[in-house]
Design a protein around this ligand. Structure first.
Ligand SMILES: Nc1ncnc2c1ncn2[C@@H]1O[C@H](COP(=O)(O)OP(=O)(O)OP(=O)(O)O)[C@@H](O)[C@H]1O
Ligand SMILES: [Mg+2]
Length: 302
């Protein structure tokens, strides 16, 4: 649905993006992860028509477009890094104002506003000034604001940063609903649990360049790997080597603890245990997290 080709952006000598190529399919949830200053917000700003690229192109449904053009902007929604609504207006007033700005007629606008208030769980607070809302309520309002005009794709810049765990899960629920309706989602985040839970595919952006891309599973497999740790006294290395060789696994020993890694580990575990029966104790299965993989990846990047 959205593709960028050779997209670069320079701010007075600072190369914020260096020839980025990305694609987001219809109905896909795509995540951009990377450290502070990597260029994530800059990419979202370009894709939402807030700043022009220095070079490169943006394609929407296969056709090159200028994201600064209003026609395209009517088809996208944005939840910016900082909440953008009028604090002195209520949620209902903010949504109604935006619906009018989008040119939605009064009657449909009113139905849309009520639907969004209920969708975002803001009905009870709909007539309070938005500046008095908790951070979680503000983010739910920001999300509803991004959806007033039923966009095909919604851009979310760190949607849950600063939210408490409950508010974070509540926002994830809303994002899941959007994905379920077949809308495309383009999200930036520092939260690896969020990236893993929500995104179908991820790209790692470092210093303006895409360094890796793929499913969360692929990114986890790049550097991190599921592993089994067990206590195994010295003297069983021959059998361990034989069973791991047969199953395509690798192992290493640190003192009494042996760590085994490799693909499809859970299915192979029973055979390892039965081969070493009676000698293995304290067996733990450790699933790699996206956070492990990302941190290891970043340590390897200079
Ligand atoms: N308006 C601007 N003028 C000058 N430099 C800018 C501007 N906007 C961004 N930059 C620079 O571009 C680079 C990328 O910034 P950007 O905000 O896109 O990073 P980010 O990945 O969103 O970081 P964070 O995780 O902290 O939100 C940084 O070096 C930043 O200083
Ligand atoms: Mg940012």
């Amino acid at each position: 649905m959205i593709a960028v080709r050779g997209l670069s952006k320079e701010f007075d000598g600072v190369k914020a993006l260096r020839s980025v190529d990305l694609e987001v399919a219809r109905g896909e949830a795509f995540g951009l992860i990377g450290p502070n200053g990597a260029g994530k917000t800059t990419l979202i700003r370009i894709l939402t028509g807030q700043t022009p690229p220095s070079s490169g192109e943006v394609l929407f449904d296969g056709e090159e477009i200028d994201p600064l053009q209003p026609g395209y902007r009517l088809r996208i929604g944005l939840v910016p890094q900082e909440p953008a609504f009028y604090g002195r207006l209520t949620a209902r007033e903010n949504l109604a104002l935006l619906a009018r700005l989008y040119g939605i007629d009064r009657q449909s606008a009113s139905g849309r506003v009520e639907w969004l208030l209920s969708w975002a769980g803001l009905e009870e607070h709909a007539d309070r000034q938005a500046r008095h809302y908790s951070r979680g309520m503000q983010q739910r309002l920001s999300l509803a604001m991004g959806l007033v005009h039923r966009p095909d794709i919604i851009y979310l810049d760190e949607p849950t940063s600063g939210l408490d765990p409950e508010a974070r899960v509540s926002l994830w629920g809303l994002i899941d609903l959007l994905a379920g309706e077949g809308r495309s989602i383009f999200l930036t985040t520092h939260d690896m649990e969020e990236a893993d839970r929500i995104c179908d595919r991820l790209a790692i952006l470092v210093e303006g360049s895409v360094r890796e891309r793929g499913t969360p599973q692929h990114i986890k497999g790049l550097l991190g790997a599921d592993r089994v740790e067990m206590r195994l006294p010295a003297g069983s290395e021959g059998e361990l080597e034989a069973v791991c060789g047969r199953l395509g696994l690798s192992w290493r020993r640190e003192g009494e603890i042996v760590t085994v890694t490799g693909p499809e580990l859970p299915d192979k575990l029973p055979e390892i245990v039965s081969t070493l029966a009676g000698r293995v104790s304290d067996l733990h299965y450790r699933e790699v997290t996206l956070e492990d993989a990302f941190l290891r990846f970043m340590r390897g990047v200079d």
